[in-house]
Design a protein around this ligand. Sequence first.
Ligand code: ZN
Length: 379
Amino acid sequence: MKYVVCIPDGCADEPVDELGGKTPLEYANLPVLAGLAGRSTVGRAQTIPVGLPPGSDVGNMAIFGYDPSRYHTGRAPIEAAALGLDLTGRIAYRCNLVTVSAEGTMVDFAGGHPDSAHAAEVIRALDAALGGEVSFHPGVQYRHIMLAPLDWAEADCYPPHDLTGDPALMPTGPTAARLIELMDRSRDVLRRFDLAATQIWLWGQGPGPAMPRFVDRYGVRAGLCTEVDLVRGLGVMAGMDVVEVEGANAWFDTNYEGMRDAAIEGLASGADLWIVHIEASDEAGHAGDVGEKVKALENWDRRVLAGLTEALDEMGPWRMLLLPDHATPLRLKTHTSDAVPYLLADSRQTGPGGSYTESWVAGHTPVVAHELMATLLQQ
Ligand SMILES: [Zn+2]
């Protein structure tokens, strides 16, 4: 038996005027998905537990079969795992390169999107100047990691993307003074570089989560392809086989066929379960781009699901779970915590059937998303 989990990030939405009052899932031409839904179990799943933010880290952790209320310890530890950092005896902070104006306004939480190589030089310089008790580790573009002693956890920090155009509010709490000192001193280091970023911003801290390995928890060997550090970090923490796909760029023109083929090859060469996570539908939601959101769904159907189900049929019996980690409505351009449609298909039997749309599942009582993995695996 082969298992596949398909995650079109943020695909769930609301009715859109430009689409004649339909949602992108209702409007898009999705023959393969419609065929699957017609012979599947279709319902509604709560991917974001009450009290947690509707982030991709939370939603994907739930889809991976881990209760975020228990295992989510912050966003930075997951990104640290993606970078291969060991969090034993340390906590991780997200360390953005940001642009703060002389008047103290958060101008750009992404520090002008420096390229990763240039940013890594800055991070190395920061480590030389400010490292010791803490250490700085380069990540991607403006997104980096600072490791700190365990007793540095007690601080309320503001995510910099929530402050855009507003005063750059400093952390509060017992550790705040040490964080503020580092952020202040980082300005002298950043001044030596020709970058839009003016300083570091520390936030999103947490200890390494004690997630059991996927194979120990569920007894099957799992692989993952994704374009996103956070999701890659979840896979690393769960001990999954994480595969890089060339040309998978987390944007509208990503390599859909490459993601599909990575899943097929992974399953053909020994994995029991494969997770395919593609970001484009979420990016379209953030951009408020109706056309790209519809296109992202149609790309899933034509360039992933069609070939994937065909290949699975050739391998033998299979089961599939498909759902987004959260909704990213075009109208709001950001994530929501609303329950999302899910689909559970089995090649050996026909389920009650339905439509994979927000309206079709609206009357269903949401299931807890982190329990769907056991349902998929019939455990
Ligand atoms: Zn997401």
